[in-house]
Design a protein around this ligand. Structure first.
Ligand SMILES: [Zn+2]
Length: 165
């Protein structure tokens, strides 16, 4: 069958990546980020790579090499405060990955996974420093993949007051 395929396909595809600092600048000066990486902050951010995803979504961290995956659509059109807080959240995962933690531990539900709670805690702490209200923070925490019930569980763990919907 293969002998009937008369085309050439170059099978050396690499995931195209760009430096984090090409798109996210000044994060090395943010106290919340310095608390995550300590004196390794500059070095980590300088070496961090991002991969743009053409799919809808937000951001994530690769469980293969710990690089950041960013939805191009979200970066270009998402709410700027949400994006800022997501970067804090995801940088927490970058650190967890560096520490050898399993970011996708299936033993846990998303909202009770210790790696998620830690990432959300850092983001919420930064949200409070920005002066965001509980209502706005709840709005940030509310994503299409968590149920109303899970939102309240997560909010409780983070000491954010969310009104049941
Ligand atoms: Zn996360």
């Amino acid at each position: 069958m293969e002998s009937k395929i008369n085309v050439r396909i170059l099978r050396n595809a690499k995931v195209a990546m760009v430096p984090f600092t090409d798109y996210f600048q000044g994060f090395e000066k943010v106290d919340a980020v310095r608390r995550i990486f300590g004196d390794k902050t500059d070095e980590v951010l300088k070496n961090l790579k991002i991969e743009f995803s053409g799919r809808r979504g937000y951001m994530g961290v690769s469980n293969i090499d710990g690089h950041l995956i960013v939805s191009a659509e979200y970066l270009n059109n998402g709410d700027i405060v949400d994006i800022y807080l997501d970067v804090i959240h995801e940088l927490t995962h970058v650190k967890q990955f560096m520490d050898g933690k399993d970011l996708f531990d299936r033993r846990y539900n998303y909202v009770t996974n210790p790696t998620e709670v830690e990432a959300y805690r850092n983001a919420v702490e930064e949200a409070r420093r920005l002066g965001l209200s509980d209502e706005r923070i709840c709005n940030y925490l509310q994503t299409e993949w968590i149920s109303d019930e899970d939102l309240l569980i997560l909010a409780k763990a983070l000491n954010v007051k969310c009104k049941p919907t």
